[in-house]
Design a protein around this ligand. Structure first.
Ligand code: ADP
Ligand code: MN
Ligand code: MN
Ligand code: MN
Length: 334
């Protein structure tokens, strides 16, 4: 039987790209995923007078929503001369991932997000605020947990799709959650994270809920939403000296990283709510108020990984994985 392939890509919305997708019917038994096209004038990727953009499949997995032989297909956007579109951040990651592949960089990303329902965070009462943050993180019970049905369905969908999801937890603010992807190589973690985001939006849609990656969904004394990025190389997984070298290397290029870690980062990295101020760089063992945390177990074992706590929930993992790989691997390799 003919089957459905959902072609997914990143659009040209500024300052934060959005996901788009549409369905292609492929013939029974067809294993090649052909290139396809779309109207770039409707996605901020082309002028109407020259609107064609190209979709090039780069990663496919089973579609857990439609089931059967149906597929989800992550695509890069190309110009009609087959060169990368200016919005194609994946094309910039590929050569960096290849250049440093021998150092075996691994990423584990903690994606925080917030459900909105009826125009307010899921769990916020109409016209007011819930009880202050205290018991929502990893909480249980109907007065603390909002949207678990969606979260469970999303977790199952990611597993059925074969994505490298490694856990979930309820977060500090009502309606706020996290899933983790990895550890995986730079291109894999970014492809899988974008696919997991698409599944989250798609599943929440059926519940009349919108999942958002807004880094500071509620102003005031409420936690923002981040995408802590855990990172290691082969040598960091055996040497504490290289753990420290990696932190120092990140410190030397701190502002370049922060500028590319997601729009509105100054509103989230305030120095409060388990963050370090965006304009200062620090690292420390077990310190959730540092830019980069060395987990206590890593200090104890004298090897492992580091956690860059700065990336926003709305970051582009193709960009973050490229910057961290380039900064740390070039420092460790020299
Ligand atoms: P936190 O205590 O900060 O909430 P989590 O358990 O949510 O930590 O996430 C830790 C992440 O670190 C997971 O995604 C995990 O896959 C990842 N991770 C574990 N070991 C490594 C490693 N050696 N290199 C990179 N990432 C790793
Ligand atoms: Mn976490
Ligand atoms: Mn978290
Ligand atoms: Mn974390």
């Amino acid at each position: 039987m003919a089957y459905k392939a959902e072609y997914i890509w990143l659009d040209g919305t500024e300052p934060t790209a959005r996901l788009r997708s549409k369905t292609k019917i492929l013939e029974d038994g067809a294993t090649d995923l052909p290139i396809w096209g779309f109207d770039g004038s409707s996605t901020n990727q082309a002028p109407g007078s020259n609107s064609d953009c190209v979709l090039k499949p780069v990663f496919a997995c089973p579609d857990p929503i439609r089931g059967g032989d149906d597929k989800l297909v992550m695509c890069e956007v190309l110009l009609t001369d087959m060169t990368p579109h200016p919005t194609n951040t994946r094309a910039l990651l590929t050569p960096i991932a290849e250049k440093f592949a021998a150092q075996e960089p691994w990423f584990g990303i903690e994606q925080e997000y917030t459900f909105f329902k009826d125009g307010r965070p899921h769990g916020f009462p109409p016209g007011g605020f819930p009880a202050p943050q205290a018991f929502y993180y990893c909480g249980i019970g109907a007065d603390e947990v909002f949207g678990r049905d969606i979260v469970e369905e999303h977790l199952d969908a990611c597993l059925q799709a074969g994505l490298g999801i490694s856990g979930i937890n309820a977060e500090v603010m009502p309606g706020q959650w996290e899933f983790q992807v990895g550890p995986l190589s730079p291109l894999e973690v970014a492809d899988h994270l974008w696919m997991a985001r698409w599944l989250l939006y798609r599943i929440a849609e059926d519940y009349g809920v919108s999942a958002t990656l807004d880094p500071k969904p509620v102003k005031g004394d409420w936690n923002g939403a981040g995408a802590h990025t855990n990172f290691s190389t082969k040598s960091m997984r055996t040497s504490y000296e290289d753990i420290i070298k990696a932190c120092e290397a990140l410190g030397k290029r701190a502002s370049e990283h922060v500028e590319n870690y997601g729009a509105d980062i100054e509103n989230r990295l305030t120095g409060q709510h388990e963050t370090a101020p965006w304009h200062e760089f620090s690292y420390g063992v077990s310190n959730r108020g540092a830019s980069v945390r060395i987990p206590w177990q890593v200090e104890k074992d004298g090897k492992g990984y580091i956690e860059d706590r700065r990336p926003n929930a709305n970051m582009d993992p193709y960009v973050v994985a490229r910057l961290i790989t380039e900064t740390v691997c070039s420092a460790l390799g020299s």
